[in-house]
Write a protein that binds this ligand. Structure first.
Ligand SMILES: [Zn+2]
Length: 384
């Protein structure tokens, strides 16, 4: 048994001088104020010096960091490095590529997922491309995009040995929307994204097919007009939809983030990084997938100034929500842990500091810097 003491424990409301007990099987055994939780005499005491104790963050949309990519075996390094940013679980997110490269990457990912390294949990694979709208591909090559089909999904899932958990695709492309309920039956979350759909199309998919998740709201989707509310208008309107948000403060204006937050709140906003493999690296110039990127620590841009992928991780993004949108810290944490974990089917195991849940924990400073990270009751990162 381990006892985390002298922390501000977010469960999810802050408990001053909180105590969190971790059982030997790596699960949370008890949480509460020091006066109410009795610490077994032989427990190992971890004094966190008044720091914040939060559930480990869950990033369901990340392409890599620190020079490592999620497009293959380097996902092992991604898993190893993520705890330094307070992330304890993630979906390895692929990028648009020719299908033979995608299938090869999926097989490599499956190998690592079946023999996971010490670090953040790899909760599955998130496919993002090449089933996007050629009109809204973002950085990806529009010429490689094609409609998602059932045959191709089965081929990818076979290569991934069943580890695909999410697919971002444009449902308006040649009837791909009809796959929404079939994907869910297979335990895969169908995700609206990189889409040029009309408001009416999305309304139909929500009501008739049960669509309930959208990739990076505002970014790479048909925008809002008061006579044509577009993909974005439907994503904002329907409570059924959990909307991912790149909360780096650059991909979405703080005013637009505030609008999303007012409509969705912490239980329907999933904070993501959408980080590219150069996230977390020093300012400078890098080459990625044929692009010359200029990193400044906050953004990655092409030479003409266009934003080219995100480079901040979730511990920083929750602080951006707090500082620039005025979101309470506890709610920002919920949107970066409980909500994404729930969206991919781990809502009863991960993302909350609740007895019975996995002891996946980040201990952070007031500015969001990570001091320690625990996965399944094991220390996987410590800043000293
Ligand atoms: Zn992405």
């Amino acid at each position: 048994m381990k006892a985390i003491v002298n922390g501000e424990v977010f469960a999810p409301h802050p408990i001053d001088e909180g105590v969190l007990l971790i059982g030997d099987e790596g699960r949370i055994a008890a949480v509460g104020p020091a006066a109410e939780v009795s610490i077994p005499p032989r427990a190992e005491i971890i004094d966190v010096g008044g720091r914040r104790v939060i559930p480990g963050l869950v990033d369901i949309h990340i392409h890599g960091l620190l020079g490592y990519s999620c497009m293959g075996a380097e996902v092992a390094q991604v898993a190893t490095e993520l705890p330094r940013f307070g992330v304890t679980g993630f979906c390895a997110t692929t990028i648009t590529a020719p299908m033979d490269r995608v299938l090869g990457a999926l097989a490599e990912l499956a190998d690592i997922i079946d023999r996971p390294p010490r670090g953040a949990r790899i909760l599955g694979i998130h496919i993002e491309g090449p089933h996007l709208s050629p009109r809204r591909p973002g950085m990806a090559d529009p010429k490689l995009q094609h409609p998602l089909t059932w045959v191709e999904f089965l081929e990818m899932q076979k290569a991934a040995r069943g580890h695909i958990r999410m697919i971002t695709f444009a449902p308006e492309e040649q009837g791909a929307a009809e796959l929404i309920p079939r994907l869910r039956e297979k335990g895969v979350l169908p995700v609206l994204g990189h889409s040029d759909a009309t408001f009416e199309q999305v309304s139909d998919w929500v009501k008739r097919l049960g669509l309930n998740h959208a990739t990076h709201a505002f970014n790479a989707m048909r925008g809002f007009h008061h006579r044509q509310p577009g993909t974005l208008g439907a994503v904002l309107l329907y409570d059924e939809i959990v909307a991912q948000l790149i909360a780096d403060g650059h991909h979405v204006h703080p005013g637009a983030m505030a609008l999303l937050w007012r409509l969705k709140g912490p239980e329907r906003t999933a904070v993501i990084s959408d980080a590219i493999p150069y996230a977390g690296m020093s300012p400078g110039e890098y080459l990625w997938e044929g692009y010359r990127l200029i990193l400044d620590g906050q953004t990655s841009r092409l030479e003409d100034g266009t934003l080219a992928g995100a480079v901040t991780l979730l511990n920083q993004n929750i602080m951006t929500l707090v500082k620039r949108v005025g979101v309470p810290f506890a709610e920002a944490v919920m949107a970066a842990a409980q909500t994404p974990a729930t969206a991919i089917g781990y809502g009863d195991q991960l993302g909350r500091l609740t007895p019975g849940y996995a002891a996946d924990i980040a201990i952070v400073e007031e500015d969001g810097q990570v001091w320690q990270t625990w996965v399944g009751g094991e220390l996987v990162f410590s800043r000293s």
